[in-house]
Design a protein around this ligand. Structure first.
Ligand SMILES: Cc1cc2nc3c(=O)[nH]c(=O)nc-3n(C[C@H](O)[C@H](O)[C@H](O)COP(=O)(O)OP(=O)(O)OC[C@H]3O[C@@H](n4cnc5c(N)ncnc54)[C@H](O)[C@@H]3O)c2cc1C
Length: 511
């Protein structure tokens, strides 16, 4: 898209916390904003684990961007994945559904977040999906609830236990919250609902290569969180490295050597890396990247030599007061978004610019279970119920949309005061669509191919053939890397994974 405009054209890539808060701060600025996001919704990632464990619906954590910005008249919302940036001509290339387009900018804000990292073992994604997107959370929901259903059908006790063993890799906030919720689900919410299994016999194992749960919260809270998890029935295995993952288990290595944990349902909550766009941007501008692919930015969050390009949130590497890179948390993204907007407004007003971004650390929170959390706010350390109350207040404050706040509170009441899980529905599509899409390739290219466009057929085949490397929607779209077939997912038609070939056959449109 090219258009003449007398006003500053600000292009924002990413409608996460960084992008959205930058845009909101530019509400009254005389600029024309184009927001480009790969999905039509803003995602509140901190509550994804509640979607995966049936507490909240996907709509409650992912409001439509157009609705969120409906009153802001200076924004044009466009769907698509930014694939490249031409910094000379100030143009971004976008791959939308079935249509590629370009957008010109005067100022570019890139806040494309982070992807899952498997630390070079991308093949683990086949059997241990991450939790970065709505697709991930819904697939995990299908796997978690499906595992209990399939376990209930088993006649062999060993197979049943394999289905009733859940392994969460990564004892940071995401892994801790997820393990705690699966434990509550199994030991509290689902008890008494099955005739052939006892869900309270489910094993929930939390594995981490380092020696502490929630290690960034400090020794005291970390030890308390571990005790809380163990009280809930979570087996915490620290200093334990994952060395292999397959359909029916996970291989780990600890001080006693190498062992196998038989388990069908594994979740990867360890490690992040910057999305492919970060590398493209670095290449185009000569900016440096760190080991996780994050882009080193100047103090004001612009790229070296490119004051017109801001990189924000999870994608940027900027040292905080302690000399360490700022953490990948929502507050860093929100505050850096506001800082970028402020810089743009100062430029427009002819004021001095280049002020460094100063991050104000408002603290860290993580829930362990219903009514129990840990909070580290300044010098204050809270755990148990008081921390949980703070957690509820903060999450309600930042959850986007009044309607979502009201329904989230109702769902929390159902799950935490009562014993229900309102969102247990999981469809076949949630469990299998990833590999179906992977086999099928880009649906738009496929459609064109079927109408005789041979170049499109080659593109669709190329998309279908690439190996799995990532679980994020962004990477999937950009690289065509849908995780491979997950033969032992709940509902796959086999309790032990022997249906792999049959499932592949069913799903492959080329055969
Ligand atoms: C499961 C989970 C739990 C978390 N819990 C917490 C928590 O409790 N507290 C906390 O502070 N932080 C938490 N975080 C981290 C927090 O969510 C992130 O730090 C924050 O979302 C970063 O904001 P961002 O704007 O940089 O990126 P994101 O919020 O990730 O947004 C990036 C956006 O860019 C879009 N996008 C990506 N690539 C492209 C592209 N090429 N073209 C167009 N659009 C693109 C994506 O669709 C997305 O909308 C959690 C993260 C996860 C995954």
């Amino acid at each position: 898209m090219t258009q003449a405009s007398h006003r500053q054209r600000v292009v924002v890539v990413g409608a996460g916390f960084g992008g959205l808060f930058a845009i909101k701060a530019l509400r009254k600025a005389p600029v024309d904003i184009t927001l480009i996001n790969g999905t039509a919704y803003h995602l509140f990632q901190p509550l994804l684990y509640q979607v995966a464990t049936g507490i909240l619906s996907e709509g409650e954590v992912a409001p439509p961007i157009r609705e969120v910005l409906r009153r802001q008249k200076n924004v044009d919302v466009r769907l698509g994945w930014v694939t490249d940036v031409d910094v000379e001509n100030k143009v971004v290339s976008v791959s939308g559904p079935g249509i590629d387009y370009t957008v010109e900018y005067d100022t570019l804000i890139v806040a494309a977040g982070a992807s899952q990292s498997y630390f070079g073992n991308d093949q683990f994604a086949d059997h241990a999906p991450g939790m970065k997107s709505i697709d991930d959370a819904l697939e995990l929901r299908a796997r978690i609830f499906g595992a209990f259903e399939v376990a209930d059908l088993q006649t062999d006790a060993e197979a049943a236990q394999r289905w009733l063993t859940f392994v969460v890799v990564g004892a940071g906030p995401t892994g801790t919250e997820l393990a705690g919720q699966i434990a509550e689900l199994a030991h509290r919410n689902l008890t008494g609902q099955y005739k052939h299994i006892d869900p309270s016999k489910a094993r929930i194992i939390l594995v981490d290569a380092i020696g502490a749960v929630l290690n960034t919260f400090g020794d005291h809270l970390s030890a308390g969180a571990q005790r809380e998890l163990e009280k809930l029935g979570v087996e915490v295995k620290l200093n334990t490295k994952v060395v292999g993952v397959d359909s029916t288990g996970i291989e780990v290595e600890d001080a006693n050597g190498r062992h196998r944990i038989p388990s069908v349902t594994k979740v990867w909550a360890a490690g992040v890396s910057a999305p492919p766009l970060a590398a493209k941007l670095a290449e185009a501008t000569g900016a440096k990247t760190d080991r996780a692919g994050r882009v080193f930015v100047e103090q004001d969050t612009t790229l070296p030599g490119h004051p017109e390009i801001f990189v924000l949130g999870d994608m940027m590497n900027l040292a905080g007061d302690d000399g360490k890179p700022l953490p990948g948390v929502a507050q860093v993204a929100i505050q850096s978004g506001r800082h970028a907007a402020d810089q743009i407004k100062r430029r427009l007003g002819g004021k001095e610019t280049g002020q460094p971004f100063k991050y104000f650390d408002k603290g860290s929170l993580a829930t362990i279970s219903r009514f129990s959390a840990v909070a580290s706010i300044g010098k204050l350390r809270l755990s148990g119920f008081p921390a949980w109350v703070v957690w509820v207040a903060v999450h309600l404050f930042y959850l986007v949309g009044f309607k979502n706040r009201v329904t989230a509170v109702l769902h929390w009441a159902v799950s935490f005061i009562g014993r229900g899980r309102s969102e247990r529905v999981a469809t076949q599509q949630q469990a299998f669509a990833r590999r179906a899409i992977r086999a099928y390739g880009d649906p738009f290219a496929r459609e064109r191919a079927e109408s005789g466009d041979h170049a499109a057929l080659a593109a669709a085949d190329a998309g279908a053939a690439r190996p799995a490397t990532s679980t994020t929607a962004a990477e999937q779209k950009q690289t065509g890397t849908e995780p491979l077939a997950r033969s032992t997912e709940p509902g796959a038609g086999s309790a032990d994974g022997s249906a792999t070939a049959a499932a592949r056959e069913r799903l492959s449109v080329r055969e």
